[in-house]
Design a protein around this ligand. Structure first.
Ligand code: ZN
Length: 502
């Protein structure tokens, strides 16, 4: 074995210690949110804090830095995959070592307190209560951006943690394109004479039957139940990895679409993790590429496939069989329109496919200007409401659950996270168009409940590569070009044009 291979093996085994510890934290988080009794919180906090410290120690060990330097100086004999793994381990190492320990601890304390205050302020719709804490979070985030370093805009350093290489400039351009297409389309839809009968979804749909149907869909699209499970939690999520992937949902008996599309969404995340290459387990090449790429998978299954006509041509009879009374007199077309109902709404997590990006764009623009210093914390309620009016044509009745305090992200200083959600839509649009050209008769296959070709296509083009390529490189290999928003905006205008007869 050559020297560089020995060094590579040592580097990977060191990284693996960090990676395995992170997955242990993941299992404890899952347990905390799914089955832990309430009084276990204190005990769990201690367990998680020790593990967080340990895994950080593993990742920032000086030996990792030495190995990276040695390998970069003599990369002879290493394969392209090895080099990609070294590059990505170096990225994680550098990000983790840039923040001083005291800063991380201080930031963590401020976040814990701010999160509690945010929850109170949100309930009372009292922005002033949260504002001083948000000031601190913004200041610390700007400081973190300085530690990380950036070229153009401090927000770039924050985005980069979730979406490697993503910048304020890049997203401003992408979002301007999406805004220009989506706002006029939204107005047309709202003026269409076609109206969804949303009330058919407000009937009583027992949770156990919803679960039964959700599991049927999950397994049919390719979720391996021997390597994963579905449970209930307050906030739906997906955690774990190849061999053991956990997804959760919550059931609202008067709104079955919430759990149903939640399950399909999380299944999309799970399929990505289930299919990632097993040869590189516990290394970057065995991890998902980015938040945006992850969202492209969940949103493709949830919206592009799961809210599409071919999907319901297959599943509607099964839905009716499980809910015979609730669906009496409801045609597949009625149902399809109800699950694709478009409206101006205040709350991002309940927004429909058509308005969702506008909620994200608003948050992106605010974060960019907040971190850039053009907007101050005290201006937020005013700026928020103005943008809601400009983009969605409505003004929130309060600053709480329906306004500026609705999302958890800022209370945890997750600045830079929001753009990933919409980026996922754009990536999904592009993959979708290429896939439709490459899989002959794709709609007929979906109508017949055959999803294996779709899953195979996604596996080959996206899942198997883990973090081997950057986003644009992967997209170019998969679709022939770097990210182009026209695929996504074209998809929306085609889909909603047909549904609403525009
Ligand atoms: Zn998601």
């Amino acid at each position: 074995m050559s020297d560089s291979h020995k060094l590579y093996d040592e580097l990977v085994s060191k990284y693996k210690e960090y990676s395995v510890l992170s997955t242990v934290q993941g299992v404890l988080h899952w347990d905390m949110q799914v089955i832990m009794p309430p009084e276990g919180a204190g005990r769990r906090a201690e367990q998680l804090a020790i593990l967080a410290g340990l895994s950080h120690e593993k990742l920032t060990a000086g030996r990792i830095g030495e190995l990276i330097d040695k390998l970069n100086n003599s990369p002879n004999g290493l394969s392209e995959a090895h080099r990609a793994n070294i590059r990505e381990i170096a990225r994680d190492y550098q990000l983790a070592t840039k923040l001083p320990k005291e800063f991380v601890e201080e930031f963590s304390r401020v976040k814990t307190l701010a999160h509690e205050i945010w929850a109170e302020a949100r309930t009372k719709a009292d922005f002033g209560h949260f504002a001083p804490h948000l000031e601190k979070l913004v200041a610390l985030s700007k400081q973190a951006a300085n530690y990380y370093g950036y070229k153009d805009h401090p927000y770039d350093a924050l985005i980069d943690q979730f979406e490697p290489g993503g910048t304020a400039k890049m997203f401003t351009k992408l979002f301007d394109e999406v805004k220009a297409a989506n706002i006029p389309l939204l107005n047309k839809i709202l003026h269409s004479s076609v109206k969804a009968n949303r009330s058919i979804l407000n009937r009583d749909y027992p949770a156990d039957l919803q679960k039964k149907f959700g599991e049927q869909v999950m397994t049919q699209v390719g979720f391996n139940t021997k390597a994963g499970r579905l449970d209930v939690s307050v906030h739906p999520f997906c955690s774990g990895g190849k061999g053991d992937i956990r997804i959760t949902t919550r059931y609202n008996e008067q709104a079955p679409q919430q759990a149903l599309f939640g399950v399909i969404h999380e299944t999309g995340h799970a399929l990505y993790e289930q299919e990632v290459s097993g040869d590189y387990l516990f290394t970057p090449l065995g991890e998902a590429l980015s938040m945006g790429m992850h969202e492209s998978q969940s949103r493709m299954w949830e919206n592009f496939i799961g809210r599409g006509k071919p999907f319901w041509k297959h599943f509607y009879a099964k839905w009716q069989a499980i809910f015979p009374q609730q669906t009496r007199g409801v045609s597949m077309e009625d149902f399809l329109l109800a699950i694709n109902h478009v409206e101006r709404s205040f709350v991002r997590v309940e927004a429909d496919e058509m308005t969702y990006d506008l909620h994200i764009i608003l948050r992106f623009e605010i974060e960019r200007d907040l971190i850039g210093g053009q907007v101050s914390v005290n201006d937020l309620p005013t700026v928020w409401n103005k943008k809601m009016q400009d983009y969605l044509g409505i003004t929130p009745p309060n600053n709480g659950k329906e306004g500026v305090l609705q999302d958890v992200h800022w209370s945890e200083a997750y600045f830079g996270y929001f753009p990933s959600y919409s980026l996922g839509n754009m990536i999904a649009g592009q993959l979708w168009n290429t896939m439709r050209n490459e899989i002959a008769g794709i709609d007929a296959k979906i109508e017949n409940g055959q999803f294996s070709e779709i899953l195979n296509w996604l596996r080959e083009k996206v899942h198997l590569h883990g973090r081997r390529f950057g986003r644009d490189e992967l997209l170019t290999k998969a679709t022939g070009s770097a990210l182009d928003t026209q695929h996504y905006t074209g998809y929306l205008s085609h889909k909603f044009g047909e549904l609403y007869q525009l």
